[in-house]
Each structure stands twice: as structure tokens, then as C-alpha cells.
Design a protein around this ligand. Sequence first.
Ligand SMILES: [Zn+2]
Length: 130
Amino acid sequence: MARRMSRKRRKEAFLIAASEAFERLEEWYDEHPEATFGEVEQEARRRRRELMGKAIEILVNGRDNGVQVEGVRCRQCGAQMDFKDYLPWTVRGLEGDTELERAYYVCPECEGEMFFPPGPQASAARGPLE
Ligand SMILES: [Zn+2]
């Protein structure tokens, strides 16, 4: 799960993921030395989907995961809401599956009152990605 990070850190995280994806492809080919070119392609496609899913995860979560520095106020009572946690959800996209996460807040006074700060990934994840 990618937390907010600088552009440099995002690139580093992607390069590590890319390196791991290639390493897994190497290992797969070691275990399947008789694989046809088509089978290698299929495996490479699986790895690419995983990697691109991860890349989008780093790109989106790494920029904005909904954490707000300014106080968030409850719609019911106006109390300052507390940061609670990150809620993960999976987006099944064209380029692969991406684990997005979004910060959410709860009201200390009102039972069950939650707030998700709006952000680019919320709208990106809502619309169809096809
Ligand atoms: Zn409240």
C-alpha cells in the first residue's frame, strides 16, 4: 500500500516494483525452459498487468490519499473529526488491478458519522475505466 510520497520516492518505488516483476519473469522462465514464445508472452502480460496496477497505485496513492491537514468538521454536530484510518479498495482497471486507499475521519461525538475527503482518485475510481 503506497502512502503519500515525493515524486522521487514514487519513482524509486516503481523501479523496485519493475525490478521485482522482471525477476519473477526470470524465475518463471527458469522453471519453464520449454515454454513457447507465446507462453512467455502470456506470462509477461500477467506480470505487466501486476506491475501497471502497482504503478497506478503508487502514482495515485502517492500523490493524494485524502489526508487533510486542516481540521475536518462533523456535518451533524460541528465537532472536529478524528483521522481514523485508510480504507482500501481494489479497482479492476484496464492495465491491472490497483489497490487504492483513502483516508477517512470519524466524529468523536456522533456514532457512525464518517467523512471521506474528496480527491482525484475518488473520481478516478468511480467512473468506468474502459
Ligand atoms: Zn458529530
